[in-house]
Design a protein around this ligand. Sequence first.
Ligand SMILES: C=C(O[C@@H]1C=C(C(=O)O)C=C[C@H]1O)C(=O)O
Length: 169
Amino acid sequence: MSHYKSKWIKLIAEENPNATAPLPAIHIVKSNKKRIRYNPKKEIMRKIITITSICVMGIMAARAQDHAVLAQDTMTVYRKKIDKLDKEIIHLLGDRMQAARTIGAYKVKHKVAVVQPDRFNKVLQQAVIEGEKVGLSADFVKKLYEDVHTESVRQEEELKQKAITQRKD
Ligand SMILES: C=C(O[C@@H]1C=C(C(=O)O)C=C[C@H]1O)C(=O)O
């Protein structure tokens, strides 16, 4: 009787010692003192469904994990890129301010006004055109350049004030 792998078949076989395999498709079997209907075909289907469900869940979990790892990798890669670009932006702004300070020193020496609206309008126009080429809105570029201009004027004024103070001393 050991060739009956399923516990149900074993149970049936024990209850029907004279039965010859294969046993009839549907039996009433005793389990925990209760009598239940047993259909071997249904049991096989149930097993197939259970195994398939476990496999599908496993595949889905593995895929979800892959997506999470990929998203994490993408974030790490692009955040590193942003950090590098931000550093370059700050260094470029520093170089730009240095150029503005040099112009500022020239203006002090030759008594030229710090704020040059015509020049700034040209700078602004050029920046808007360049920005459009790389997907930056005119509004954003204008706001950014207003701030940059304010800072270069502040730094030029600072130089001018220092020069005036030095002349007095
Ligand atoms: C740097 C200058 O000084 C000021 C600052 C400007 C700028 O930051 O682009 C432009 C014009 C000026 O108002 C300059 O005259 O070129």
